[in-house]
Design a protein around this ligand. Structure first.
Ligand SMILES: O=C(CO)[C@H](O)[C@H](O)COP(=O)(O)O
Length: 226
């Protein structure tokens, strides 16, 4: 089964968790898009809280009524993809540059379900470079402080994310530094060190946030718990 078929299967399985009347956090990325499509197809009376402008526009196109995080007191269920799923459902997210809104929506949610293809399930986090969202003002200085932290953890300096049209700017107007590592052996310590830097808005380590994972495999969708 292709990775895309696995993503589709996991997105469709997650859509079955949604019940009428729920406020649903809508993740970002290609796997989350399968979830949004499957949710729209169920035509339930729900409201979606999108984690990016891209997801908002897909949901709008498919007729899912939307709310913002400011409009709702809490979110019943959030379904979102991940770049890596490690031990205890620790995650790397932010490959799609939506990590800040994603984390805000996840933290406001009663239940968070991560969906992914089988290749995302890893023994140790860190093969995928860790995205770090940084305020634009003075970001080269913040980037240098991040390089110092990387050195403390024996990692190479993080790189400013670029696209064809220049520096990648997030929906929140920030920039992204990607910290390549190979292996993040102390995710909690790295998370705290990154958060302590003025100029860092947040990072893509999602620790103790996922309640379950639905991973598409060649043998079907497998449920993982922390
Ligand atoms: O964190 C994310 C966006 O910021 C995505 O969920 C993550 O990049 C996975 O994307 P995909 O489902 O396309 O593989």
């Amino acid at each position: 089964m292709s990775a895309d078929a696995q993503k589709k299967a996991s997105g469709e399985a997650a859509a079955l968790l949604v019940e009428p009347g729920m406020v649903v956090g809508l993740g970002t990325g290609s796997t989350a898009a399968w979830f949004v499509k499957a949710l729209a197809a169920r035509k339930l009376d729900v409201r979606g809280v999108p984690t990016s402008e891209a997801t908002a526009s897909l949901a709008r196109e498919l007729g899912i009524p939307l709310a913002t995080l400011d409009d709702v007191m809490s979110i019943d269920l959030t379904v979102d993809g991940a770049d890596e799923i490690g031990p205890g459902l620790s995650l790397i997210k932010g490959g799609g540059a939506a990590l800040l809104r994603e984390k805000l929506v996840w933290e406001a949610s009663k239940r968070c379900v991560v969906i992914a293809d089988a290749a995302k399930h890893v023994k140790v986090l860190g093969k995928f470079p860790l995205p770090i969202e940084v305020v634009r003002f003075g970001h080269p200085h913040t980037g240098r402080r991040l390089a110092d932290i990387a050195a403390e953890f024996d990692l190479p300096p993080p790189r400013l994310r670029m696209a064809d049209r220049g520096i990648v700017v997030t929906d929140g107007g920030n920039v992204i530094y990607d910290m390549a590592s190979g292996a993040i052996t102390e995710p909690a310590a790295l998370a705290s060190a990154l958060k302590a830097v003025t100029g860092v808005v947040d990072h893509g380590l999602f620790l103790d946030l996922a309640d379950e994972a639905l991973v598409g495999t060649d043998e079907g969708v497998v449920k993982l718990l922390p």
